[in-house]
Design a protein around this ligand. Structure first.
Ligand code: GLN
Length: 382
């Protein structure tokens, strides 16, 4: 059996691998960002009602009108973005489906796509499968500050696009307005496409506001904004995301979305459309709930001697595992799993080089009881 050349060197992600290892030992999975909190009844019952009403056939390739209208209202309300739901939004099979559709629609094989390191491995590997040339600019902890000169230096003659994940998986970094303004200047100078991943937009800490790159002057016309519903409504398995981009780009994205996926699951789209009607308090409670979880796990990691890089947003925390004395972060992750029953993801999943080998990523999107148990078990490392 022959496997395509474009898959050379690619294997299933460490994220999924650790889930299997965790199941093997019956551990607590703080590895894969599964998010097993309850789905809001409004969303769940909306999907059930749609199925009961037999609304189970294809939607338009760009998504059900109800959901696109709800997304446009939400973009105006929460992101300061004015979107035409008829021409500028495409509903996709998760944010990953949005990313796939966008890179195939807007980039050609060989084009350079710049990722900020630490990166989300799916951004890298999906780009490789699409035949793109990955390029990197490393951001350093604890602030992961984006500097204009460093970004400028990372641009090559191939570079056609930059990926901005904010709040970031895995670092939790949230890009500030001065950083996004620097990005806008560089993008304009080199005529770059900006592809965002804002799936964690509602999960952020210490009152920090989320800034959508497309809302920054000079970026809207060259940006594909990718957002998703998985994390906001705890429906990671429903696979719903969307793009917001100028009409011409959206037409191209919709074409690819149709060819690859036909459409996102219709009744689930209709359920999710109801979610944006949730009262403000739902989003506030989402934040305060996650803030408590972040603070708990950071304290537990500190007690265990795994100094956390405290995240500004998203539901992951990178922790320094150098003290454990392993050569690789995979060995460290396996040791933590064997001794405490808590699974994490090795930092090497998010870095090309040695920097990742002293880091572990823990996901804290867990029910309070499960998270508390995991925190107690981590103390065994102390
Ligand atoms: N985004 C999630 C993570 O980083 C899950 C991705 C996946 O399950 N493949 O863990």
């Amino acid at each position: 059996m022959r496997v395509a050349n474009r898959l050379q060197g690619l294997a299933q992600s460490e994220i999924r691998r650790m889930t299997r290892e965790c199941e093997r030992v019956g551990g607590i999975n703080l590895g894969q960002g599964i998010c097993d909190l309850p789905t809001p009844p409004l969303v769940r019952d909306g999907a059930i009602a749609a199925i009961r009403e037999n609304r189970s056939t294809y939607s338009f390739a760009e998504g059900a009108r109800e959901l696109r209208d709800a997304i446009a209202r939400k973009l105006a309300r929460d992101n300061g973005l004015q979107a035409d739901p008829a021409t500028e939004i495409c509903v996709t099979v998760g944010a990953s489906g949005a990313y796939t559709a966008a890179i195939h629609a807007l980039l050609d094989a060989g084009d350079g796509i710049l990722l900020f390191e630490p990166y989300y491995g799916y951004h890298l590997n999906a780009a490789v499968v699409a035949g793109l040339t990955p390029e990197f600019a490393t951001l350093r902890p604890p602030e992961f500050t984006l500097r204009e000169d460093a970004l400028e230096a990372a641009i090559t003659s191939r570079t056609r696009a930059v990926v901005v994940c904010t709040p970031s998986n895995p670092s939790g970094k949230m890009f500030r307005s001065d950083e996004l303004e620097a990005l806008a200047r560089v993008a304009r100078r080199h005529d770059l496409l900006v592809i965002t991943d804002e799936i964690y937009e509602y999960i952020r800490y210490d009152g920090r506001p989320h800034l959508s790159p497309a809302a920054v002057a000079g970026l809207r016309e060259r940006t594909v904004t990718i957002m998703g519903l998985s994390k906001t409504f705890s429906i990671t398995g429903w696979r719903l995301g969307y793009t917001f981009a100028p009409a011409e780009m959206t037409r191209a994205i919709t074409l690819v979305n149709d060819l690859y996926f036909v459409c996102a699951p219709t009744p689930l789209q209709l359920g999710a459309a109801r979610g944006f009607d949730a009262p403000r308090s739902y989003f506030d409670e989402l934040q305060s709930g996650y803030q408590r979880k972040r603070d708990r796990i950071c304290a537990a990691l500190r007690r265990a001697g795994l100094e956390p890089i405290v995240p500004e947003g998203a539901y992951y925390v990178l922790a320094d595992c150098a003290r454990l004395g392993f050569k690789t972060s995979l060995q460290a992750a396996m040791h933590v799993l064997e001794t405490t029953g808590v699974a994490s993801v090795p930092g090497s999943a998010f870095y090309r080089g040695a920097e990742g080998e002293k880091l572990l990523r823990f996901c804290f999107a867990k029910d309070d009881e499960v998270l508390d148990l995991a925190c107690a078990r981590l103390a065994a490392l102390g």
